[in-house]
Design a protein around this ligand. Structure first.
Ligand SMILES: [Zn+2]
Length: 330
């Protein structure tokens, strides 16, 4: 489905498989049309599956987008933003991405990357073997399976397309170098996944991203300082009150921190997985392992990230037990 959301900017909404991610049912891509003779820019790609590629081709036709005259900007590494690069990258176009995101997309195809991720979560008490880990992890089903020759860009780099003058703003946390495009004069932010109306962005440990929540909260400060009238995110509602939502996000994480501190005080030292067994009960009366694969991660990951953040702040302690599992305590 295509709609013109700003003069010369088209939004393409692509569906997700049912219940892939809690509360998020589609990805929104954006096309910024160049003036006569200029190249168009596509922001992000969708999941790597033929049905989404077919939908996208119809949408491209509707807005007269020609891939030989279109470059692509990738906000971040996740499969819903990078997967279809496999089909959309052709010799005639460029794919712009910041360095760590580009490296990550090419690493996502490798067993080495996923083994390292598995090891990291084993340290937080994850009771899954490698196969179960791969089958349940939220970001490994629709990946780009070929190497992509990215054109590396960096913070502050600028893009002039149509009537827009964009600058790259880095907002890490959800991924190592998550990137937004900001037009200062138009007060417009193409915001990727940094602030969403219906969910807290899922935070993951990645190579070069060891305290995702700390980085994410810092990125909220960065976004808050921008003068934004129009926000165009990649999921959920568009054009919302970004400053109000940032306040809600801070409150959300403050509550998580208080809950974690309360549990350590009342129940004593424990691992992140063990703690997630408590925090899940705040939402649903179930055991963590009784949930379907991917759902477990939406309780485990926020708990991991909150514990890591509080450790970095010096508010709690972290030391490994005899099996190398991190045990957190006051
Ligand atoms: Zn993402």
């Amino acid at each position: 489905m295509v709609s013109e959301v700003m003069p010369g900017i088209y939004m393409i909404a692509l569906p997700f498989p049912r219940r892939r991610v809690k509360s998020i049912d589609e990805i929104k891509l954006y096309v910024i049309k160049g003036k006569d003779g200029e190249r168009d820019l596509l922001l992000d790609t969708g999941l790597n599956e033929e049905q989404y590629h077919e939908l996208l081709k119809k949408d491209f036709e509707e807005i007269g987008l020609d891939l030989t005259k279109t470059d692509i900007f990738m906000t971040h590494m996740h499969d819903d933003h990078s997967g279809l690069l496999e089909k959309l990258k052709i010799p005639e176009n460029k794919v712009y991405a910041v360095e760590k995101e580009a490296i990550a997309v090419n690493a996502l195809r490798t067993d080495e990357y996923w083994r390292a991720r598995h090891q990291r979560y084993l340290k937080e008490g994850l009771p899954m073997d490698y196969e179960e880990f791969l089958a349940s992890h939220p970001n490994c089903a629709y990946l780009c399976s070929i190497p992509i020759d990215f054109t590396i860009v960096k913070e502050g780099d600028e893009f002039d397309i149509g009537d827009y003058h964009f600058r790259i703003i880095l907002t890490p946390g959800h991924s190592p170098q998550h990137a937004c495009l900001y037009d200062e004069e138009k007060k417009l932010l193409l915001s990727g996944d940094v602030v969403l109306t219906n969910a807290a962005p899922v935070l993951f440990f990645e190579e070069g991203l060891d305290n995702p929540l700390g980085e994410y909260l810092h990125s909220l400060d960065i976004v808050e300082k921008l003068d934004i009238e129009t926000i165009l995110p990649c999921h959920a509602e568009i054009k919302f009150d970004v400053y109000k939502r940032i306040g809600e996000m801070r409150e959300h994480y403050e509550k998580k921190c208080q809950r974690v501190l309360g549990l350590l005080r009342d129940e004593g030292p424990m691992s992140a997985w063990h703690m997630a067994e408590y925090t899940i009960k705040d939402d649903i009366p179930r055991e963590l392992m009784s949930l379907s694969g991917v759902s477990r991660w939406f309780f485990f990951l926020p708990t991991c990230m909150t514990l890591r953040y509080l450790t970095e702040l010096g508010k709690i302690k972290c030391s490994p037990d005899d099996n190398g599992v991190n045990i957190y305590s006051l």
